[in-house]
Design a protein around this ligand. Sequence first.
Ligand code: RUB
Length: 308
Amino acid sequence: MQQLLDTAEKIRSMEIRGAGRIATAAAKALRDYVEMLETSSFEEFVAKVEKAKSILIETRPTAVSLPNAVMLAGSYDAETVEEARSQILDNATEFIRNADNALDNIGEIGAKRLRDGDTVMTHCNSHAALAIIKTAHKQGKRIKVYATESRPRRQGFITIKELSDAGIDTTLIVDSAVRYTMKNVDTVIVGADSITVNGALVNKIGTSQLALAAHEARVNFISAAETYKFSPSTLFGDLVEIEERDPDEVIPSDKLGDMPDVKISNPAFDVTPSEYIDLIVTEAGAFPPEMAYVIIKEHLGWELKKMG
Ligand code: RUB
């Protein structure tokens, strides 16, 4: 259990971050936990596995990749401990393998939308978005990238390191320079934490500003998202919870000095309506956001069955 708790803490503190990475980390933690789990009855096994799942799911509320990963990796239909254990080990291993392959497919599919000489803007740090840019670069296309800083956690620094290590022409901008810079951009590519049944994109705070500026400037707006970033529960009316993080990430409270009454808001994600999204690139193909229901139905059918 200690290892699983350590992974949960790393996800909560964002030592492990990004919707894809937290999903595979959770699947691995669950797999390792189940592999070593010793119980005296099937009922005890079920109770402990379900507890472990909820610990992982509760670490961060917005990325649906987390519950989807835990549900897909941790599913079983068995009557004995050994049967259930072996099903979970197989399902978790399959989830992790599929998640790795999905990034390659997204890269291949999305790179077709980039032309030699294109300029891309990206936000925060998304492995799926960067898979597209890096694949296009590997294909010999000359791609320039503007990467936003992404305050308050500055994940843009991870992005510029990854892109410049790959030899890609990269420029860092502050978040407030998005609209000013958009006139130089051909395509915006961002990741996804959740995509709702009506095709809205939930992603790092500020994403919707990129989308608005892209719309105004008639610039393509693409989200790169594995199918496990689509949210089945939104089909049943659930809203995606927007994580509100510690105000200290914005400014440490001891730096507020003589302004102790000032409040600080630190929402970590925002929602981009489907009308600002041209394409969602998944490992199963590139779809308009209006097809979100089909993806949920075909790729996450377990949730639909469960809910009857
Ligand atoms: C990260 C973020 C990323 C998505 C997709 O937020 O918003 O765009 O998670 O990332 P945080 P990926 O840093 O708060 O986790 O494509 O790597 O899954």
